[in-house]
Design a protein. Structure first.
Length: 416
């Protein structure tokens, strides 16, 4: 909305270079950090301009001003631009939660009677939205398929399919989405590819591989401190603007607004996201290799044995690693719970908590927590066994100290 007027420059292809190329926002008094625009409304200088502002003809760059905080806030917009730069999107805007971003992106692309083809392995809340909320409330239906099976995705597309939906890295099974394939199938059927890139900021940039829209839960890695719920939508300028339409824009009408104080706090953490992602991944890789060598059933896309290792090497950005999540199959729920208990309460290795992307390690049993929205049948189809323990690897403590804690706990529960 307020893109600075300067000579067009080539956009770098590297996400960190794109981020550095953004105009730096100084504080109101020249502070190195931008100020927080803590206002829900903006002053019109001349009465006659108010109607023109409402008709969208006079933005802040044309002598008008911003409208209202639910519609647009300049501090929230700066964080949106940072996300757009990371993703290589024309535009981005932030929301009060990841699910707010996902629901607005979907409702921006879909009308009553439209159809979605989605991966059968999705974050539980997204799964519930597609499987239950959207059909009941909006008459929008979804077919769930194995998103790595090109024939299954194509076969599920109908004349009403407008969206193909996947997560870059599936939760909690850690399968890598074949983005070029999904983009081809979606576009051949007149649909758009929407990718949830929450698990792999920087490590994957889906727009480079044909995605049309990228959504994020900023609650996770981007934030990094597990203190705010937040989300973002990235896509073309036209699409992001359409989400703010005063009549049918889901961001405007449903109102999942991000608070500018939250946008300010998160925007100060984006510059060190690359360093954090590299360290999460370096440690996850080290632990995954150690676990594998010890004969533990471990899944991590950075392992050569992972079914999608070559794919992620190809379409990912290996310089940022293979993500911060790994899973261990402990064989049974009881064993997985004993292991988590020991790791938290005897070793201090991490915490039993859902969510991910925190600086400390977080551990949860997916089947009985973040994937519990799925039916038993859906859990089986997705390959989520009761003993599957998901770990979001943190970066506190020394690597050796953490590895020894993990080894001792594995020994005590009988896995080593
Ligand atoms: C957490 C999460 C969401 C939902 O995000 P909220 O910020 O909790 O609304 C969506 N997708 C994925 C992959 C997630 O991990």
């Amino acid at each position: 909305m307020t893109s600075p007027k300067r000579a067009p420059q080539p956009v770098p292809s590297d996400p960190v270079e794109r981020l550095a190329a953004l105009r730096h926002e100084f504080g109101e008094h020249g502070g190195v950090n931008m100020s927080i625009e803590a206002s829900t409304t903006f002053t019109v200088m001349e009465a006659g301009t108010m109607p023109e502002i409402f008709q969208g003809r006079l933005g802040p760059d044309d002598g008008g001003c911003f409208l209202y905080g639910r519609h647009f806030n300049p501090t929230v917009y700066v964080l949106g631009r940072q996300l757009a730069a990371l993703e290589g999107a024309e535009a981005g805007y932030c929301t009060g939660s990841g699910l707010g971003a996902i629901s607005c992106a979907l409702l921006g692309l879909l009308n009553q009677g439209d159809h979605v083809v989605a991966s059968d392995t999705l974050y539980g809340g997204t799964w519930a939205m597609l499987a239950e909320f959207l059909p009941q409330k909006c008459g929008i239906t979804t077919s769930f398929v194995d998103a790595n099976d090109a024939d299954a995705v194509a076969a599920a597309c109908t004349s009403r399919t407008r969206v193909v939906y996947t997560e870059s890295l599936s939760n909690p099974t850690l399968r890598v989405a074949n983005l070029p394939m999904l983009a081809d199938v979606a576009h051949a059927h007149g649909a758009q590819l929407v990718v949830d890139n929450t698990f792999t900021p920087l490590a994957m940039t889906p727009i480079d591989h044909g995605a049309d829209v990228v959504v994020h839960s900023l609650t996770k890695f981007v934030n990094g401190a597990s203190d705010f719920i937040a989300g973002a939508v990235c896509g073309t300028s036209e699409f992001v603007s359409s989400l703010m339409d005063l009549h049918v824009g889901p961001l405007m009408i449903l109102g999942p607004t991000m608070d500018p104080q939250v946008a300010h706090a998160i925007s100060l953490r984006v510059p060190h996201l690359p360093i954090r992602m590299i360290e999460h991944a370096r440690r996850a890789q080290r632990f995954a290799e150690g676990l594998q060598a010890a004969g533990i059933s471990v899944t991590y896309p950075g392992l050569a044995q992972h079914p999608d290792h070559a794919l992620m090497r190809n379409i990912g950005r290996p310089e940022y690693g293979f993500g911060g999540l790994l899973t261990i199959d402990a064989g049974s729920r009881a064993c997985a719970e004993a292991l988590m208990d020991d790791l938290q309460n005897k070793e201090g290795f991490g915490f039993m908590a859902v969510s991910l992307g925190y600086f400390d390690t977080l551990m949860s049993c997916s089947a009985s927590s973040t994937s519990s929205e799925l039916s038993d049948e859906a859990l089986r189809a997705a390959g989520i066994s009761p003993g599957l323990l998901r770990m979001s690897i943190g970066f506190t403590g020394s690597v050796e100290q953490r590895w020894q804690q993990l080894e001792r706990a594995l020994g005590r529960v009988g896995l080593l």
